[in-house]
Design a protein around this ligand. Structure first.
Ligand SMILES: *Cc1c(COP(=O)(O)O)cnc(C)c1O
Length: 397
């Protein structure tokens, strides 16, 4: 067996984890089977009793899913990856696996909106409480720690405002207080940022986004040491069942093969668009870590290899002006998804963050004039023209 970890990123993204069958298929095989047959009763007993490795039932062992898990673990530099049905399923499984009633989470305010709902409305029913803090303010993390705090959770850069958390500093604080740090690496992917190498204990993915890259499937993953992912978190998969389908795993494998190539172009387009937006009169502010105006530009340069594919900006004139820009586009898709080759445009305040209260939105700085673009791989001139229509209309009002 080849040790793929000796090879560089793109070679692993294309090759790691594949085990060919006797048919000699070149592309990875899909195994659409719910269960597996055993040679005899003794083998069945050994497999079920986990005395012998091998497939049992596709809720928790499937060869296509395993290939995806091994490839993504290799790209993130982790021992073990567990794939799940969605990004939310990865987060839910991680929390259920690691926490118990009475435990406490410290999480950044600026995480994916549905995670705030999960922590506040669902985990709280099981007496797991969360304190939300400011991502880029280490003192607020310190102040939130309680004797029962077990988990720190953050996403960096944050969506939609592109704030950064200093992963090394927050990991040190977590470890000094016997806590684990989980980082949602959805926006950077391992092509741009490797949280485990910066001290994080767990990496969470919504594979739905850049890992697929073409908006086809829902999926998620959690990566970390065997002692965390392979034990208590895996137990949730086995007995709770938030499993990834083999077909989706295959789509994600194809996505990983072009991940770096796509991320480089997403970053190219986002950087050009961010600089161009900064020059538009109708735009009050642009959020992208590549900009010198970004307060954490220097941290972004050291923590990430590039600045990512999301650009947010605030137009002058509040919600009316923002909706006009969105409704004037002809190319960009009006949808909440991100990380697709197709550019998407969103009004976070009324969609992805619409379930938050106004106070929560204010705390997260999600203003009415804010627009988020997940910059796709179309030609950049066409994307600029697409936005210009709504921005110029605004100027003439
Ligand atoms: C979309 C997203 C999630 C949730 O993933 P799903 O696959 O939609 O369940 C979690 N974190 C971030 C940063 C996301 O963008």
């Amino acid at each position: 067996m080849i040790d793929w970890n000796e090879f560089s990123f793109n070679t692993r993204a294309i090759r790691a984890g594949q085990v060919r069958t006797h048919e000699g298929e070149h592309s990875e095989a899909i195994f659409p089977t719910s269960s597996y047959v055993f040679k005899n009763a003794a083998e069945a007993a050994a497999r079920f009793g986990q005395k012998e490795p091998g497939n049992i039932y596709s809720r928790f062992t499937n060869p296509t899913v395993r290939t995806f898990e091994e490839r993504l673990a290799s790209l993130e530099g982790g021992e073990r990856c567990m794939a799940t049905a969605s990004g939310m399923a990865a987060i839910f499984s991680t929390c259920l696996g690691l926490l118990k009633a009475g435990d406490h989470i410290v999480a950044s305010h600026s995480i994916f909106g549905t995670i705030v709902v999960l922590f506040n409305n669902i985990l709280s029913k099981f007496d797991i409480k969360t304190t939300f803090v400011t991502l880029n303010d280490l003192d607020s993390w310190k102040a939130a720690i309680q004797p029962n705090t077990k988990l720190f959770f953050l996403e960096t850069p944050s969506n939609p405002l592109m704030a950064l958390g200093d992963i090394s500093a927050i990991a040190q604080l977590a470890h000094a207080n016997n806590c684990l740090l989980a980082v949602d690496n959805c926006l950077c992917t391992p092509a741009l940022q490797k949280p485990l190498s910066l001290g994080a204990d767990l990496v969470i993915h919504s594979a739905t986004k850049y890992l697929d890259g073409q908006g086809r499937c829902l999926g998620g993953a959690v990566i970390g040491d065997e002692s965390l992912v392979g034990k208590d978190i895996f137990a949730i998969l086995r007995s709770g069942g938030p499993s990834m389908s083999p077909f989706n795993a295959w789509v994600f494998l194809k996505g990983l093969e072009t991940l770096d190539l796509r991320m480089q172009r997403h970053c190219d387009n986002a950087e050009i668009l961010a600089q161009w937006l900064e020059k538009q009169d109708a735009v009050a502010h642009v959020y992208h870590p590549s900009l010198i105006s970004h307060p954490q530009h220097e941290l972004a340069k050291t923590q990430q290899s590039r600045f990512g594919g999301l650009v947010s900006f605030e137009v002058k004139g509040g919600i009316e002006a923002a909706w006009r820009v969105i409704d004037s586009t002809k190319i960009m898709s009006i949808t909440g998804n991100l990380g697709d080759v197709k550019s998407t445009i969103t009004h976070p305040g009324s969609t992805t963050h619409g379930r938050l209260t106004r106070e929560q939105r204010d705390a997260a700085n999600i203003t009415d004039g804010l627009i988020r673009i997940s910059v796709g791989l179309e030609d950049i001139k066409d994307l600029q023209d697409d936005l210009l229509r709504g921005l110029i209309e605004k100027k003439n009002v």
